[in-house]
Design a protein around this ligand. Structure first.
Ligand code: GLC
Length: 795
C-alpha cells in the first residue's frame, strides 16, 4: 500500500491513512454557491460565491506551521485536563487517524485516549452552509478491562468520561484582501452577537444587511461561548493550546472590534460504550432571520444523513453520464470519478481559490473559464451555456476580451493588458457546447453588443486586425503562456500559437457559419484559416518543429537558432490540433517533442530552460530552470500532445504521455510528487530542477479539463461533433478493447469497442442497436433511450 493513502473505488473516496501528508491534501465541499476548502486535517476556509468579497472564515496562507485556520474542534478530558483535536491539527496528537475525501464531503475518523470520533463535513445541496457532524464514542467497558486487567485507574476512567467539546471558527471580515492588509480599519469593525445559542458574525452588517455569518451547535446546548479571539486563545495564546481549552472555561465574550471568532463549549459526559452526536452548522445568509430556521432544519442526525445521501446521489448521477471500463484501472478511476470531479471544481472556481491561489486576485479568467467548460459540458450543459454567456458579456465590442471578471458582480476587471489569445477561446467553448447539445439556436441568443454568433465573429476579426510583420497575430501582453511578454513597446511581437489557434478557430467558425446558414461567412472563415495556415507554414517552420513566437525585434523564440528555449511544446501540439500541419510535418514536430521534451514524469513545456533573465522575453526568465513556464512539465499542455498523437494515430505514445502525469499512477511516489494523488496539479518540476518529478499547484488548473478531453475524446475517442457522436479511439495496441457509457443529447449509449488485430486506430465496423452503420458517426437519436453500439477496430 502507498505510504499516505489509497483509493476506495466503491465509495469514490480517497482514504488518507496518516495526517502528515507531504502537503495538505484537500477537498472542495459545496457544489454551488457555498464553497469550503477542506484539508485532510480540517484546515481551509469557506466563502460564498466570491472568495474575495464574501470570505466567511479566515485562513493563513503560507503560514508556519503549515495549513492553519480551519474547522477545528478541541476535545478536553475534564478529569485529566488533557486535550486534543480529532482532526490532528492544530493540537497534533492522536493514536489513530483516517481521512476520507469523497465527492463533496470529507470524513475524519480518529482515536485518542480511548475516545473515538467520526466527523463528517459537507455542504448540503442548495444550502449556503456547512455541516460538521461529530460522533464521539468511548469504548465499551469490557474491552478496556479485558486488556488492562487489574488497572484501577483505567477502569474508572473508562467506565465514564467527562469531556468538553469546543468547536471553533475564526471569522474573516468578509473582504479577504482588506482582512490581511488594513488593520487600523479592520480591527475596529468586528461585531458579534449571541442569541438563542447561535453565534452571529455581524461585522459590516451596519452597512450591508446582506452579510450575516453564523455558527451553532444545532442539537445540544452550550454551557459557554467566546466570540472574541483573545478571550478564547488567551493573550499570546495559539491554536495548539487555546486558553479556554486548557482552562476548560469560556469567558462568554462578545466581539466589538478586534478579531471575531465563533467558539462554543459543550458538555459531553459519556458512559462506557456510549456515543454522542454533535451537529455544528456554519453558514452564510443575506437575511438575519434565516439562521435560526437553518440551525433547526439540521438539528437531527437522520436529517443530516439524508442530506449526505442526497449529495452522494447527486454526484453519482453527475458522474454517470460518462464512465469507462478499460484494462487500466487507474485510468478508469481517474476518468470515471476524480478527473470529472476536478473538472467540476475548476469549472466552478476557475483559478480563484485553492491552496495556492489566495482567492483575492484573479477572479474568473476568460481564457481559463472558457477551457474549463470543455471538461464539464457533458455533465450539466445548461450551466456551461450560462457561463459562456457570462463570458461573452465581458467581451469588448472590438472582439477582444478582458482577462478576468468577478464572480460576484460578473463584471470584468478592466486591466491594461490585452492578451493575444483570450477572445479566441470563446469559439472553442461555444463549439464544444454546440457539439454536445446540438442547441444551434444558442447562436442567435443576444448578449451585450449582439448575438453569440456575432461575438464569435468579432473574436476572429480582432485577431485579424492585429497582425504583425510576418502575417501572424500579435502576441500583445502574452498568449496562453502568460510569461512570454515579448512586446517591449514596438507592438510587433507575434505568436505562432495564436496563429495556430486562429486556424483552428476559423475552421470551427466555418462549420458554425454553415449551421447558422451563412454560406458566405463559411467561405470567408475557410479562407482565413487557409491564409493563416500558409503563413505559419511559411514563416514559422524551423526544420524539425514550429517556432513558438517572434520578439519585438523579429527574433524567433523556440528555434534551433536560439541558445536557450530552442523548442516549445505548445506550437507542436497546436499545429496538429488546429490542422495547420500536414501529416508529415505533424509527425515530425511531434517526434521532436518526444525526442527533446518528453520525460518519465511528463512533457516539459520547453527546453533548454532559460538560465538567466532575458528582458526581451519577459517574465518567463523569472523562474529558475525547471519550474513553471521555464521548462517545467506544465500539465495543461500535456494533453494537447496526447490529443495530437491520437490524431496522428499513435495510440501507444498518447497513452505513455497520459500515464506519465496521471495522478493516480503517482500515488506510489507521493513523497516525490507531494500534491494530491487524486487530482492534477498545474506543473511537475522538470529535468533541470533538482526536485525533478515534484508536483505543484494542485486542483484549479486547465490540466483537469484537457486531460479529460484527451482521454475521453481522443484516446477513447468518444467525441461529440455537430451532427452526432463520433467513435474514433486511438488506444495502446495491447488493449483488447474497452467499454463505455456516454450520455449524449438525451440518450444513454452503451459502447463496446473490440480490438482483435491489436492496432491503435482504425474502425472496421460499427453497429448501432444491431444495425450496421456506414460510418463511425452515430447520428443523434430521435428518442431518448438506451442505445447499444458495437465497434470493431481493424485496418
Ligand atoms: C496558468 C494560468 C493560465 C495560463 C498558464 C500558462 O495556469 O492560469 O491561464 O495559460 O498558466 O501560462
Amino acid at each position: 500500500m502507498a505510504k499516505y493513502g489509497y483509493f476506495d473505488q466503491e465509495n469514490k473516496e480517497y482514504v488518507i491513512t496518516r495526517p502528515d501528508t507531504p502537503l495538505p491534501w484537500i477537498n472542495y465541499l459545496g457544489a454551488e454557491q457555498y464553497c469550503a476548502l477542506m484539508s485532510n486535517t480540517a484546515g481551509g476556509y469557506s466563502f460564498y460565491r466570491d472568495p474575495k468579497e464574501r470570505r466567511i472564515t479566515r485562513y493563513r496562507y503560507n503560514n508556519v506551521p503549515m495549513d492553519r485556520g480551519g474547522r477545528y474542534v478541541y476535545i478536553r478530558d475534564n478529569k485529566s485536563k488533557d486535550f486534543w483535536s480529532p482532526s490532528w491539527q492544530p493540537v497534533m496528537k492522536l493514536d489513530k487517524y483516517e481521512c476520507r475525501h469523497g465527492m463533496g464531503y470529507t470524513i475524519i475518523e480518529s482515536e485518542y485516549a480511548g475516545i473515538t470520533t467520526k466527523t463528517t463535513y459537507f455542504v448540503p445541496l442548495g444550502e449556503n452552509l456547512e455541516i460538521w457532524m461529530m460522533e464521539v464514542s468511548v469504548e465499551p467497558e469490557t474491552k478496556r478491562l479485558g486488556s488492562n486487567r487489574g488497572n484501577r485507574d483505567v477502569q474508572s476512567q473508562v467506565s465514564s468520561r467527562d469531556l468538553s467539546i469546543f468547536p471553533f471558527v475564526e471569522f474573516c471580515l468578509w473582504d479577504a484582501l482588506n482582512d490581511m492588509t488594513d488593520y487600523q480599519y479592520n480591527l475596529n469593525i468586528g461585531q458579534t452577537e449571541y442569541k438563542n445559542n447561535i453565534i452571529y458574525h455581524l461585522s459590516r452588517y451596519r452597512v450591508s444587511h446582506d452579510v450575516v455569518g453564523y455558527f451553532a451547535c444545532s442539537n445540544a446546548t452550550p454551557n459557554g461561548f467566546d466570540t472574541q479571539r483573545r478571550d478564547f486563545m488567551g493573550n499570546y495564546g495559539d491554536f495548539s493550546a487555546p486558553r479556554a481549552v486548557t482552562e476548560g472555561k469560556m469567558n462568554d465574550s462578545i466581539a466589538c472590534g478586534w478579531a471575531p471568532v465563533g467558539a462554543l463549549q459543550l458538555p459531553c459526559p459519556l458512559k462506557a460504550g456510549e456515543t454522542r452526536t454533535f451537529i455544528f452548522v456554519l453558514g452564510f445568509s443575506e437575511d438575519i432571520k434565516e439562521p435560526p430556521r437553518k440551525v433547526k432544519k439540521f438539528s437531527k442526525k437522520e436529517v443530516v444523513e439524508k442530506e449526505l445521501a442526497k449529495l452522494k446521489a447527486y454526484w453519482d448521477e453527475g458522474l454517470n453520464r460518462f464512465s469507462v471500463r478499460t484494462p487500466d484501472s487507474e485510468l478508469n478511476l481517474m476518468a470515471n470519478v476524480w478527473n470529472q470531479y476536478q473538472c467540476r471544481t475548476t469549472f466552478n472556481w476557475s483559478r480563484s481559490a485553492s491552496y495556492y491561489e489566495s482567492g483575492i486576485g484573479r477572479g474568473m479568467g476568460f481564457r481559463d473559464s472558457n477551457q474549463d467548460t470543455l471538461g464539464f459540458v457533458h455533465m450539466i450543459p445548461e450551466k456551461v451555456k450560462e457561463r459562456i454567456k457570462d463570458l461573452a458579456a465581458t467581451q469588448l465590442p472590438d472582439g477582444s476580451a478582458y482577462h478576468q471578471y468577478s464572480p460576484l458582480t460578473k463584471k470584468a476587471n478592466p486591466s491594461d493588458h490585452k492578451y493575444g489569445d483570450d477572445h479566441l477561446w470563446l469559439i472553442f467553448s461555444a463549439a464544444s457546447y454546440l457539439k454536445e447539445t446540438g442547441d444551434f439556436g444558442f447562436l442567435k441568443e443576444k448578449v451585450t453588443f449582439g448575438s453569440i454568433y456575432e461575438h464569435l465573429a468579432r473574436a476572429i476579426s480582432f485577431s485579424m486586425k492585429n497582425i504583425g510583420p510576418h502575417g501572424l497575430p500579435k502576441i500583445l501582453f502574452a498568449d496562453w503562456n502568460d510569461c512570454l511578454n515579448l512586446d517591449q513597446g514596438k507592438g510587433k511581437a507575434e505568436s505562432v500559437m495564436v496563429a495556430q489557434m486562429l486556424v483552428g478557430a476559423a475552421y470551427e467558425m466555418a462549420r458554425i457559419a454553415e449551421l447558422a446558414e451563412k454560406p458566405a461567412d463559411a467561405k470567408k472563415y475557410t479562407a482565413i484559416a487557409e491564409k493563416m495556415k500558409n503563413a505559419v507554414n511559411k514563416k514559422a517552420w524551423d526544420g524539425d518543429w514550429y517556432v513558438r513566437a517572434y520578439t519585438d525585434e523579429m527574433e524567433p523564440v523556440g528555434s534551433k537558432k536560439c541558445e536557450e528555449g530552442k523548442i516549445f511544446l505548445e506550437t507542436q501540439s497546436w499545429a496538429v490540433l488546429s490542422g495547420t500541419a500536414d501529416k508529415e510535418r505533424g509527425k515530425k514536430c511531434m517526434d521532436s517533442v518526444h525526442k527533446h521534451l518528453a520525460t518519465e514524469h511528463g512533457i516539459q513545456v520547453m527546453t533548454p530552460p532559460y538560465s538567466k533573465f532575458y528582458y526581451q522575453l519577459g517574465s518567463i526568465g523569472v523562474y529558475p530552470p525547471g519550474l513553471k513556464e521555464n521548462g517545467a512539465i506544465f500539465c495543461h499542455p500535456n494533453p494537447w500532445a496526447m490529443a495530437a498523437e491520437c490524431m496522428l494515430g499513435r495510440g501507444d505514445r498518447a497513452y505513455e504521455y497520459y500515464r506519465a502525469i496521471l495522478p493516480a499512477a503517482r500515488n506510489e511516489i507521493a513523497d516525490l510528487h507531494k500534491t494530491e494523488p487524486y487530482v492534477y496539479c498545474q506543473m511537475i518540476a522538470g529535468k533541470f530542477h533538482k526536485d525533478f518529478g515534484e508536483g505543484k499547484n494542485s486542483w484549479l488548473t486547465g490540466s483537469a479539463c484537457w486531460n479529460f478531453v484527451a482521454v475521453s475524446q481522443y484516446i477513447l475517442g468518444i467525441r461529440p461533433d455537430y451532427d452526432g457522436l463520433l467513435i474514433d479511439p486511438c488506444i495502446p495496441k495491447e488493449w483488447k478493447g474497452f467499454s463505455a457509457r456516454r450520455h449524449f443529447r438525451g440518450s444513454d449509449y452503451y459502447i463496446t469497442v473490440r480490438n482483435p488485430e491489436g492496432i491503435s486506430k482504425g474502425i472496421k465496423s460499427v453497429m448501432l442497436d444491431g444495425e450496421k452503420l456506414t460510418s463511425n458517426l452515430i447520428p443523434p437519436s430521435k428518442e431518448s433511450k438506451e442505445h447499444h453500439v458495437e465497434v470493431v477496430m481493424g485496418r
